[in-house]
Design a protein around this ligand. Structure first.
Ligand code: UDP
Length: 409
């Protein structure tokens, strides 16, 4: 996607919002910010950094990005740490800690720490904080993952590092922890100008539906997700079947990642077996480059589901709400931060509850339309990239005025 400037967002969020960003940036001109994470492409963190860093620079705040390096053994360890923070059982033997620390310290030799603020994303580069005394920078730990129920041994190990930071940022109130440092709520965000979210011509949407052989003769209920048991695709099919007894509709289950993930392939097979014989269920295996197709499928849908059993923030929900779609989501992870029941969508706790909401919203299109409208406004208020920028700018001001209770801009 071509570089866009901040003013390109003005028609979406309004002149006042953009002017506020320029005003907030005024007092930060000349500051040097460094973002550090572990991958330049793939995954939500890289996606947001790719968008937000040019915009910070556009505002006159020099923002650099360093991606830490590591071999297979390092990333195997960090993946285990990641899963353990999601609650998976893990023994954390000394050798794993050694690999983690050795590679982190090796990286520290190359990272230019002459900055005003250093933002470390997620656990992979967390050990960089060991260099705190070598810089005058303020240090921020930005946690993108749900650590509400972590493996305690792994969390205790990481907490020893986290508490040396100046502040920690979490994606949802549910994800925060008891810490000795200040914490801020930083919602994830979507970019309304990206291929995943920008407006599409109806002709293009129709073409995509034709390409996937999906007739638009009845309401379409859709869940976009990796084929993963935690996204409960079989539960989605059961809910659709219960609802369909009363209200005719089609179901789309679309997602990628199946070909390079053995478990994904397995789940996809299970889903296909479950759906067999029903011509109104459309199972689509998408390529990683399918942003425009996902956008089109979401826009063609009457209702969007996210019936996860566990969830991080649930960006598919944000994307659906942005497209004014009535959205039904499980009350897990970051979904309740986005779906306010009977206002921006429907929150559910079971297959039966999901079926009930499908039936209810398909039978009450005016209520469904209002939920979609409110969902869109709520995303505009809280979850767009311009809000993420605003939060970063405010944070940089707070860090530049330590101990001050009121900051005059
Ligand atoms: N997504 C995608 N291709 C797929 C399935 C999902 O690009 O086949 C996108 C989806 O549109 C969303 C993100 O991947 O932007 C998924 O984020 P979410 O927080 O919903 O779930 P996760 O996959 O991170 O658990």
């Amino acid at each position: 996607m071509a570089f866009v400037s901040l003013t390109d967002y003005e028609p979406i969020v309004g002149k006042q919002c953009i002017e506020e960003l320029y005003l907030l940036a005024e007092g930060l001109k000349g500051k040097r910010i460094k973002m550090v994470n572990s991958t330049a492409v793939g995954g939500g963190v890289a996606e947001i950094l790719n968008r937000i860093i040019p915009l910070l620079n556009d505002l006159g705040i020099t923002t650099l990005w360093t991606v830490i390096k590591g071999g297979e053994d390092f990333f195997e360890v960090t993946k285990k740490i990641h899963n353990a923070l999601h609650g998976e059982g893990l023994s954390f033997p000394p050798r794993m800690k050694e690999i983690f620390l050795e590679v982190s310290r090796e990286n520290l030799r190359y990272i230019d720490l002459e900055q005003d603020v250093i933002v470390i994303h997620d656990p992979q580069p967390i050990v960089c904080i060991e260099s705190k005394d070598r810089t005058h920078a303020k240090w921020v730990w930005r946690c993108h993952i749900d650590i509400s129920n972590p493996n305690e041994e792994v969390w205790d190990f990481l907490k020893g590092y986290v508490e040396h930071y100046d502040v920690a940022l979490f994606s949802s109130p549910r994800f925060s922890k008891q810490l000795s440092i200040p914490q801020f709520l930083f919602f994830p965000s979507i970019d309304p100008l990206s291929d995943k979210n920008r407006d599409l011509e109806p002709e293009f949407i129709n073409q995509v539906l034709d390409r996937f052989h999906i007739p638009q003769d009845k309401p379409i209920v859709t869940q976009i997700s990796r084929f993963d048991r935690l996204k409960d695709p079989l539960g989605v099919i059961q809910a659709y079947r219960l609802a369909k007894r009363y209200t005719d509709c089609r179901l789309i289950l679309a997602g990628g990642g199946a070909s390079d993930d053995p478990e994904g392939e397995l789940v996809l097979d299970e889903v296909r077996a479950e759906a067999k014989g029903d011509p109104d269920i459309h199972i689509l295996s998408l390529l990683p480059t399918s942003s425009l197709e996902i956008n089109a499928l979401q826009r063609a849908s009457t209702l969007i589901l996210q019936k996860s059993i566990r969830e991080g923030f649930g960006l598919t929900v944000t994307e659906a709400l942005w497209k004014k779609k009535p959205t039904i989501g499980s009350a897990v992870g970051g979904i309740p931060a986005q779906i306010i029941p009977n206002f921006t969508g429907a929150l559910v706790h079971s297959i039966e509850g999901t079926a009930y909401q499908i039936r209810y919203l398909l039978s009450n299109p005016e209520i469904a339309r209002k939920l979609g409208e409110c969902g869109h406004e709520y995303v505009k208020e809280e979850f767009l990239i311009t809000q993420a920028l605003r939060r970063y700018l405010l944070l940089f001001h707070v860090l530049s005025h330590p101990g001050e209770r009121i900051i005059f801009l």
